[in-house]
Design a protein around this ligand. Structure first.
Ligand code: ADP
Length: 246
């Protein structure tokens, strides 16, 4: 979507590798950390290549304003925001239509795993700040938000992990970056709760055949398995570190 277009670069090179040297089924270098913010109940930093996101969770706490409270469960609120310095051309700090839509999409992809019925009338707030955008910000945000919820100790049925796949120069590729998103033929963000066996987000821009769609979904789910393992390691590592300190 966003960003300057310019002339289309070669996305698949003669040797079959991608413009940044990755194999078609290779994720970008990933970093994850939880507990990165002192003042939030839970937080996470997630990096997929040059896409970098921080998520902060507050709650469960009393729902404010009171009229938003639901008698039998907590309300989950999400705010996805791109920092003005996160893109190549300075983005307006005011929420755009895209950010409002993505906030909703992210909330709906997290809701199936959060045990909101344990906290009637409460609110759980998820703030997501994209600090550097290079494609796949909604999927990186989801991966970070789910880690931050777990870090806040919010009871969940599973973690949500997410990645976008795409078709570039006729080849299906995992974890597309901004250049591949801008110049590719299709892009498909997917989020899943692997242990539950549920897909909680699936969007498709562009055109795929039915066979390509099924192959793309398999590719996304394989990537999600790897991301999910890293999320669990990240959470475990935090508790191991605490244990050593004690
Ligand atoms: P996603 O970030 O989930 O892939 P999009 O497909 O909407 O969502 O955006 C693709 C990429 O385009 C983003 O990751 C970001 O790098 C870039 N982008 C999106 N919105 C803007 C914007 N307003 N200004 C500059 N670049 C943008």
């Amino acid at each position: 979507m966003g960003g300057a277009k310019g002339e289309k670069p070669k996305l698949i090179l003669e040797n079959g590798l991608r413009h940044d040297g990755r194999r078609p089924d290779e994720l970008r270098p990933i970093k994850m950390q939880v507990g990165v913010l002192k003042n939030a109940n839970g937080s996470a930093y997630v990096e997929f290549g040059k896409t970098r996101v921080i998520a902060a969770v507050y709650g469960p706490r009393e729902a404010q304003p009171k009229h938003i409270a639901i008698p039998y469960r907590a309300v989950l609120r999400c705010r996805y925001h791109m920092a003005p310095f996160s893109t190549d051309d300075r983005k307006s700090p005011a929420p755009t239509r895209r950010e409002i839509e993505l906030s909703k999409v992210i909330r709906e992809a997290l809701e199936p795993v959060v045990l909101t019925e344990m906290f009637p009338r409460a609110a759980i707030d998820v703030f997501i700040e994209v600090i550097s955008a290079d494609g796949g910000t909604r999927t990186t945000s989801l991966t970070a938000a789910s880690l931050a919820l777990a870090d806040a100790g919010i009871p969940m049925k599973d973690l949500v992990a997410a990645v976008a796949v795409g078709k570039v120069d006729g080849v299906l590729v995992l974890d597309i970056d901004q250049v591949e998103d801008n110049f590719g033929e299709a892009d498909m963000p997917v989020a899943a709760a692997p242990a539950l066996g549920e897909i909680t987000l699936l969007q498709l821009n562009g055109v795929l055949t039915r066979e390509e769609f099924e192959e793309a979904l398999d590719l996304a789910l394989k990537g999600i398995e790897q991301i999910y393992r890293m999320q669990k390691e990240t959470l475990k590592k935090k508790y191991l570190e605490v244990e050593v300190e004690v």
